[in-house]
Design a protein around this ligand. Structure first.
Ligand SMILES: Nc1ncnc2c1ncn2[C@@H]1O[C@H](COP(=O)(O)OP(=O)(O)O)[C@@H](O)[C@H]1O
Ligand SMILES: [Mg+2]
Length: 274
């Protein structure tokens, strides 16, 4: 009894554990939506999305396809908590996103939007915004994965090239690739590309995805795209329609059985044949 009391009264060093539970780091890049519903304003009548449930394993590549206004952007914005769910929950690394500090969560989730912002300064300055301590090797590796290294090297001043306000002296597609490289330098566990290769030609888009596949095995990649070719080699594709999941499957499965996917695919096939 004495010994038991001794053990029980032994001071346990739980402070660290408590701290860790309060401020856990994101352990891995899995993503899960559990019965998520969302509206921008609590008093709005209708939900922007409803009944959203799916799971993405860490390291998987997932495509999202759906018409304008189908809630693709709204959906992924819940991952880095640009907005919070109205109902249900979003889990990253097995934990509700609300249980991480914003800083930890956002450093684990890289997001590249269609309209990215570059600031005036050199290309290197802009890239280092992703990671101020990035080494030259890391910068070059990220730029190669984003298919940006070759065009950067073609500029007379290469990585020291000065970008005007908003990156005016590079093309839209080049700007997008710099933004992808910058996001990669953060070494996120999850990277979200929201229509962020729309101004990049199809062949380069393909090369970027190939580089992601080879170099970012452990990074969960979520690709929102208009083009079927941008998502067709993903592990799975989520088809969104009017804020609801219409289907989830591989390219072959969806092409065989999903009407929306078939429509998009065949309309783009026709476009390509002309
Ligand atoms: N900030 C916002 N405030 C209110 N409604 C919004 C906002 N952003 C988008 N919406 C609405 O949410 C719906 C889904 O939009 P969005 O997620 O941008 O779709 P997608 O990315 O598929 O085009 C649309 O009806 C849109 O008008
Ligand atoms: Mg969108």
């Amino acid at each position: 009894m004495k010994r038991i009391l001794e053990v029980l009264s032994e001071e346990i060093n739980i402070t660290d554990t408590n701290e860790a539970q309060k401020r856990p780091k994101v352990p891995e890049g899995s993503v899960e939506y559990r019965s998520v519903a969302f509206k921008y304003k609590p008093d709005a009548e209708n939900y922007i999305m409803k009944n959203i449930s799916f799971k993405i394993s860490s390291g998987e590549t997932v495509g999202i396809i759906g018409g304008t206004g189908s809630a693709k952007t709204s959906l992924v914005q819940l991952i880095p908590r640009l907005y919070d769910v109205s109902e249900g929950s979003v889990l990253v690394g097995g934990r509700d996103v609300r249980n991480y500090t914003m800083e930890d969560l956002r450093s684990a989730v890289g997001m590249v939007l269609q309209k990215n912002v570059l600031f005036s300064g050199t290309i290197r300055d802009n890239l280092k915004w992703g990671d101020k301590d990035a080494s030259d090797e890391e910068i070059i590796a990220a730029c190669k994965a984003a298919c940006a290294h070759d065009f950067i090297m073609s500029f007379p001043e290469q990585y020291e090239t000065h970008l005007g306000q908003g990156g005016v002296n590079v093309s839209g597609g080049q700007k997008q690739r710099l933004c992808i490289a910058r996001a990669l330098l953060k070494k996120p566990k999850i990277i979200i590309l929201d229509d962020s290769t729309s101004a990049v030609d199809t062949a380069t888009d393909q090369k970027i995805r190939q580089a992601f596949k080879e170099n970012l095995r452990d990074t969960t990649t979520i690709i929102i795209a208009q083009r079927i070719t941008s998502v067709m080699d993903a592990d799975k594709i989520i088809v969104l329609n009017d804020g609801k999941i219409d289907a989830v499957g591989s390219h072959d499965e969806l092409l065989a059985g999903n009407e929306i996917y078939q429509d998009v695919y065949y309309s783009q096939q026709k476009g390509a044949a002309v």
